[in-house]
Design a protein around this ligand. Structure first.
Ligand SMILES: *Cc1c(COP(=O)(O)O)cnc(C)c1O
Length: 329
């Protein structure tokens, strides 16, 4: 399953869906009916899988268009059973093995299976669970794999097309299961590893770029940007045409953020503004208006930017705003 929720992690939902549609995957993982509808309207053939609990208002459309939900509660199970009266709905069962975001707790699995046996409107075609700390806590994650495998082994599985899935990117990179036959990577597909030691195997798909608009010679003691960060030396300050209105995090202000300009890392000066940022190019041999600046990409990882901004790569990628022109190569 290719996870393409969040507008394919900011890469463009439909463009990325079109690429994965050629791979004949069983599912494209989306967040909700709204994202699934965009795939439907864009002519995507691969079946959408709704990764989280569904809202009551979404379920009729999910049933009618044969998207695959994961059943997270008895309430959802009963509702889908009703909606599937004429044509049964293919659905997966979500187990909560530690995420606490929806799914049946291990002690309720028996009751859920019992309920499903008397629910002709639902055809169970898979079972899944999610990992909260696969990139942080290997002891917990190993025990979670063991629990999931044990639970799955107790479920009667109808036919060979029963899908069993647990891993996100970090789970796929670092753990193994006895039972699963499907994985759900997201971040990894876009060339970013949630675990630094594996990054060398990957090439980031997205680069965020802008250009220099003007270079100002400012004296020591002059202020820069909102809040007037005071310069400690005479400075050549290049202004770049991008800011938090494009999704570049304002929280990078004063946190040692850097930008790649003509192959050299240049420090951010002062606060990130809505439409512009200012960087120190005093030490660059050459810098001119129109020069390209890279905010992140393969030589300046979004993971590093995220860490300095106090967040994670997933958030930076998904928050690049529509104002930024996407160009695909
Ligand atoms: C987002 C998500 C994934 C993908 O996670 P990555 O860490 O980006 O690989 C997998 N499964 C579920 C349920 C998710 O919500």
């Amino acid at each position: 399953m290719a996870v393409i929720k969040g507008g394919a992690y900011g890469h463009g939902l439909l463009k990325i869906a079109q690429i994965f549609d050629q791979e004949k995957l069983p599912f494209l993982g989306v967040a909700n009916a709204g994202e699934a509808r965009k795939l439907f309207e864009g002519g995507i053939q691969t079946r959408p899988y709704i990764l989280g609990a569904t809202l009551p208002v979404e379920r009729e459309e999910i049933a009618a268009r044969r998207w695959t939900p994961c059943l997270c509660s008895f309430e959802e199970l009963e509702h889908f059973n009703q909606l599937g009266r004429t044509t049964p709905i293919e659905a997966h069962l979500a187990l909560d093995t530690g995420m606490g975001r929806g799914g049946f707790l291990p002690e309720h699995l028996g009751a859920a299976l019992e309920k499903l046996r008397s629910s002709p409107g639902i055809q169970l075609t898979g079972v899944g669970s999610h990992l909260p700390v696969a990139d942080e806590d290997s002891a917990f994650t190993r025990s979670q794999f063991e629990l999931f495998d044990t639970l799955v082994e107790s479920i009667p599985k109808p036919g060979s097309h029963f899908h069993i899935h647990l891993s996100n990117s970090a789970g796929l990179l670092n753990y193994q299961s006895r039972t699963t036959n499907l994985v759900r990577p997201g971040l990894l597909l876009y060339g970013i590893s949630p675990i630094a030691e594996h990054q060398a195997l990957l090439k980031p798909a997205m680069s965020l770029k802008t250009r220099v608009s003007v270079i100002n010679n400012l004296p020591k003691g002059h202020g820069v940007s909102y809040g007037r960060t005071i310069l400690k030396r005479d400075t050549q300050a290049a202004v770049l045409g991008l800011g938090y209105g494009d999704g570049y995090p304002r929280s990078l202000s004063g946190k040692g953020g850097q930008v790649l300009l003509n192959g050299t890392l240049c420090p951010l000066l002062g606060r990130v503004t809505m439409d512009q940022i200012i960087v120190d190019v005093t030490d660059l041999p050459q810098c001119h208006p129109g020069d390209e600046a890279i905010l992140f990409g393969k030589d300046l990882l979004v993971t590093e930017i995220a860490a300095k901004a106090g967040t994670i790569a997933w958030e930076i990628l998904t928050q690049i705003t529509p104002r930024v022109t996407r160009s695909y190569r």
